[in-house]
Ligand binder design. Structure first.
Ligand SMILES: Cc1cc2nc3c(=O)[nH]c(=O)nc-3n(C[C@H](O)[C@H](O)[C@H](O)COP(=O)(O)OP(=O)(O)OC[C@H]3O[C@@H](n4cnc5c(N)ncnc54)[C@H](O)[C@@H]3O)c2cc1C
Length: 402
């Protein structure tokens, strides 16, 4: 077996592709594994452009993979960061309520947290002020002590180093182009893998369709903008989040304390017009634009999961002033001048069922004895990636043995 003819070939060197390779090496130490990545290095997309929050696991309904994996993933990454001496901020999270309705939302999150066996505490507004004096909450808040933050790029680099040490080939600047008679065609020639795993993030649906999967699904990209507090500006002690609208998978604009103790607002969930629509016209793709605008227009008319309101609200967040104003409702006061610097945006590879026009809320994958496709690795897939990869490898073993 060679790099071009490996036992396992993984498309995509994001956190999912990388942790999958790590898990495969654990299970099959002699197997040859090649990862192909279209960019010049791993982690250029979502995995290097996220909030770096190790979520605790209380948002998700008990029947979901997110609920099943998040708590374990949070523990596993915290342990990993300690073992490999990576930056880890044990800053926790406060979920605050701004009105009566949100108090009901807090109670629902507390209930979900209990069912998911996540450490959580309902605390008084006075206790919340002791944790973060600037946070505003009505009567009560939820305190999550196990939420932590990491530097996602540092984590990606660390896994990459481990994989290279274990003999995994990571081929950068190598883009999957199409399925071929015996394998795949890439920008660096043909490969004939024993088994193919698609962990291509924003393009996972397209690749899956080449293999007859993802029939009812497409990726609908949502842009996450970040706005940083000036170095001499606001410094929060903990992450401060609102009660989210549980009809959609986004958590609402919030304050994150990064691994390096910087405070940032975001990410937004602004409908993007093409898959890698980060800034300006970069990576413009007309075909994607037409497709995405068509889906967005349908959602706008049907107003499924409150899309109309979501789109209106989110589009306003291109304005720094509006973004600070909206996030500012989570704090007792906020100074607009404290926030000047946009951070690198990230794009969520959110899956939509094009038949029902509903966003897929949970992780999703499909596969058979020859190929496997990770379709909805949205937040908190970074947190969940270690146990998610273990689960996926178990699935692959079953499929290959059938
Ligand atoms: C704004 C934002 C904030 C988030 N915050 C959090 C958070 O705080 N905590 C958390 O747990 N999760 C968070 N997430 C989610 C998390 O970042 C993702 O779930 C995770 O990074 C997905 O990893 P991935 O490997 O599937 O995707 P990616 O990181 O996108 O990797 C896919 C890779 O596939 C490559 N690729 C695509 N097409 C091809 C091709 N044709 N050939 C070769 N390679 C290809 C891409 O270049 C890319 O490197 C956030 C996401 C976003 C966007």
């Amino acid at each position: 077996m060679t790099k071009k003819n490996p036992d396992f070939l993984i498309i995509g060197a994001g956190i999912v592709g990388l942790t999958l390779a790590l898990e495969l090496k654990k299970q099959f130490s002699d197997a040859t594994i090649t990862i192909i990545e279209k960019e010049s290095q791993p982690g250029v997309h979502a995995s290097g452009r996220n909030s770096g929050v190790l979520h605790a696991g209380f948002y998700y309904t008990a029947d979901s993979l997110k609920a099943k994996l998040c708590r374990e993933g949070n523990f596993a990454w915290r342990q990993y960061c300690e073992d490999y001496k990576l930056t880890l901020n044990h800053c926790g999270k406060l979920v605050v309520a701004r009105n009566e309705e949100e108090l009901n939302g807090l109670a629902e999150l507390e209930r979900r947290g209990k069912v998911n066996n996540v450490e959580l505490e309902m605390i008084s507004a006075k206790e919340a002020a002791e944790i973060e004096p600037l946070a505003y909450t009505l009567e009560r808040a939820l305190w999550s002590p196990t939420t932590a933050t990491v530097n996602p790029k540092q984590v990606v680099e660390s896994i990459q180093t481990r994989l290279l040490d274990e003999g995994v080939s990571i081929l950068n600047d190598t883009a999957y182009i199409k399925k071929s008679a015996n394998g795949i065609s890439t920008s660096k020639g043909d490969f004939t893998p024993g088994y193919l795993i698609n962990a291509a993030g924003l393009y996972a649906d397209k690749i899956a369709q080449d293999y007859g999967f993802s029939e009812d699904y497409k990726i609908l990209p949502f842009k996450g903008l970040y706005l940083y507090a000036n170095d001499d500006g606001l410094k929060l002690r903990t992450n401060v989040y609102p009660v989210p609208d549980l009809r959609n998978p986004f958590l609402g604009v919030h304050f994150t304390v990064t691994a390096e103790n910087k405070t940032k607002i975001g990410p937004t969930a602004i409908p993007a017009f093409w898959r890698e629509n980060y800034t300006g016209w970069k990576n413009f793709n007309l075909e994607e634009l037409i497709d995405i605008v068509g889906i967005d227009a349908g959602l706008f008319l049907s107003n499924n999961f409150g899309f109309r309101n979501l789109a209106f609200k989110e589009m306003q967040k291109y304005s720094k002033k509006k973004l600070v104003q909206l996030a500012g409702t989570l704090l007792k006061n906020i100074d607009f001048n404290d926030f000047k610097q946009w951070g690198a945006p990230g794009i969520r590879a959110q899956l939509i069922n094009v038949k029902t026009r509903q966003l897929e809320m949970d992780f999703k994958y499909e596969g058979d004895g020859k190929s496997f496709h990770v379709l909805n690795a949205v937040s908190p897939a970074f947190t969940c990636s270690l146990p998610l990869s273990r689960l996926i490898v178990e699935e692959i073993i079953k499929l290959k043995n059938n």
